[in-house]
Design a protein around this ligand. Structure first.
Ligand code: ADP
Ligand code: MG
Length: 576
């Protein structure tokens, strides 16, 4: 068995009992379907010729037996449908939990490459296909094979000639069904693609509705949408075409098989080689073996979908995080925040040039350090090496003399607070979003953090104060307010090391002033890296580093650098 298929089987393991019960009921279901025509045959060929009293007794017994069998068949179908689906859903639950856990572990480099939205929708539909296959697959094979083989053996025993007549059309039916089904599935897949496109279009349009309206481009948007909408309509038309051909074709084949059996059967009756009861039995068995053929044809498609979904699932599960705790990683002690870059070089991957080469840098604990330089110089990159979002290509970074690769990621990142230009707020209340900085904080601590971040007042003026729902991505808050929430979050976290990456550059002057105040308050007594957009905000920095594509070009205080008349001086006069 191939490796992925073997792996797939392991997901049944926790549900062995349901699985085998499912198989048992599948066998019962097939057994009932196969036996009832045999009982009817016994009645029409034997019971009708018995003495009236004996016949009455027999028919009552057989009637009761058949009702019981129908009940067994009914419960079997219920069990398979109910618990089979539950088993599939549990397996899906396990896989979803597993892949979500894996997503939490994967490194930044993974998310740089993969489009998260696409990844997510693919996983959702893949997991559904997998679960469908995993629960329908085994039971469909068991039921269908048993029914087809059982019917074949029983009919062969009754009349080999008539069996040939009954199965004559089967190869044609299979070929027809197989090809039409393939087209039909392809058309349905196309439907799925088209509807996904439409949904993406709607989502994009609604997210950007403010832009649409401000450019007064509603009619263009509608025209664009019409193209997608028509595409979906046409795809649906196409799929219904094949669905019609499939349903009508298979229905007709079943009738044709009946015609064959009746024509040949009548002929054989006139020849004396078959009797009327044999013919009735054959007619009763026709749907017992034609329905499963349809099921098996569906299964081939189901298998392809489910299995290729599982392969993609395994593909993602087998991606190792680039950055993990080393075997001998230690819990970092409470850090003072003495940061050293020792001959650090870094490239995002093997095929791109180095962003940083041989950078050495010493930032004493508690100091306020500013990074300036043109866009793309590598400021964000340099800072993202400190919390180990990416791994240095060579050299080392130490905090309080300990190589950061020797610390556990959790104990390292717990001691670094980052405030970026783009604030991401989660769905939920203001309170919950601040609490994110320290999930076990008390209410008092949360309020204090908000006060420290200059956020308490505006929060209190919101309709429901701290319990106000932020809405998706904090749309109801201004940029400056969102930024102050993110600062409150870091206050609550209370880390010894801070990174402000152009934290105020998206703000207007007034908000910038308020946020800047909060940031300076936050930076007190902590080691702080400030990446500044406006140089006026970093005048007080103890040291300013000027980063260019060639590395650190200048360093010193504001006054010193200005007096130098180098790059800094040029940048300063360009901006302010
Ligand atoms: P700055 O913050 O100084 O504007 P960055 O550190 O963002 O500069 O980027 C430095 C260089 O690294 C740029 O050339 C940029 O294109 C590249 N870069 C940034 N992020 C990534 C990434 N995730 N993957 C690959 N290259 C990147
Ligand atoms: Mg940047």
């Amino acid at each position: 068995m191939n490796k992925n298929l073997k792996k797939m089987m392991t997901y049944y393991r926790p549900y062995r009992k349901i699985f085998w019960a499912d198989m048992l009921f599948a066998i019962l279901d097939a057994a009932v379907a196969l036996s009832i025509p045999l009982i009817i045959r016994y009645i029409t060929s034997k019971v009708v010729f018995m003495e009236p009293d004996q016949a009455l007794h027999k028919i009552i017994m057989l009637g009761i037996a058949m009702v019981l069998m129908v009940a067994v068949g009914c419960y079997s179908k219920f069990f398979i449908c109910n618990y089979g689906h539950v088993m599939g859903a549990k397996i899906e639950y396990d896989m979803r939990a597993e892949i979500f856990g894996h997503f939490q572990k994967l490194s930044f480099s993974f998310y740089d490459e993969e489009k998260v939205g696409q990844l997510m929708s693919r996983i959702t539909s893949d997991l559904f296909d997998i679960s469908e296959l995993m629960h329908h697959g085994p039971e469909n094979i068991v039921i269908s094979m048993l029914k087809i083989l059982g019917a074949f053996v029983i009919l062969l025993n009754i009349s080999p000639r008539l069996t040939v007549a009954a199965f004559l059309m089967i190869p044609f039916m299979i070929v027809y069904a197989y090809f039409v089904n393939r087209h039909m599935r392809k058309a349905f897949r196309q439907n799925r693609i088209k509807i996904a496109e439409i949904n993406a279009q709607i989502e994009d349009n609604l997210s950007g509705i403010r832009v649409v309206k401000s450019f007064a481009n509603e009619d263009i948007e509608q025209k664009k949408f019409r193209v997608g909408n028509e595409g979906f309509l046409n795809a649906k038309r196409n799929s219904y075409h094949y669905m019609g051909a499939f349903q009508a074709g298979l229905g007709s084949f079943t009738t044709l098989i009946q015609v064959c059996v009746i024509v040949a059967g009548t002929y054989f009756i006139t020849q004396g080689s078959v009797d009327v009861n044999d013919l009735i039995t054959f007619i009763l068995y026709i749907s017992v073996f034609t329905d499963p053929i349809r099921t098996l044809i569906d299964f081939t498609e189901q298998f392809q979908n489910g299995y290729s979904g599982f392969e993609r699932f395994m593909e993602i599960m087998s991606i190792e995080p680039d950055i993990e705790d080393s075997e001998d990683a230690i819990e970092a002690p409470v850090l003072k925040g003495d940061i050293c870059f020792k001959d650090v070089s870094f490239a995002y991957n093997d095929s791109t040039p180095e962003v940083l080469s041989h950078v050495s840098l010493n930032v004493p604990a508690g100091s306020y350090m500013a990074l300036v330089g043109s866009s793309g110089a590598g400021k964000t990159t340099l800072c993202s090496l400190i919390p180990r979002f990416y791994e240095v290509t060579s050299g080392e970074i130490t905090i309080d003399g300990i190589d950061i690769r020797k610390m556990t990621l959790k104990s390292l990142r717990n001691q670094i607070g980052i405030v970026q230009q783009d604030v991401y707020l989660f769905a939920g209340s203001v309170y919950e979003n601040i609490l994110y900085g320290k999930p076990d904080a008390t209410e008092e601590e949360v309020y204090q953090a908000a006060k420290n971040a200059n956020a308490h007042e505006f929060i209190m003026s919101l309709p429901e104060g701290y319990q106000t729902d932020i809405g998706q991505r904090g749309i109801k808050l201004s940029g400056g307010q969102k930024q102050r929430l993110s600062i409150a979050r870091v206050f609550l976290k209370n880390p010894p090391i801070l990174i402000f990456d152009e934290a105020t550059s998206a703000l207007d002057n007034e908000s910038e002033r308020v946020v800047q105040e909060s940031l300076e308050h936050l930076a007190k007594n902590r080691t702080t890296f400030v990446i500044a957009h406006r140089l006026s905000t970093i005048r007080n920095a103890e040291k300013i580093l000027v980063l260019t594509e060639d590395g650190i070009a200048e360093q010193g205080t504001h006054e010193g650098l200005l007096a130098n008349g180098g790059i800094y001086e040029k940048l300063y006069h360009m901006h302010d």
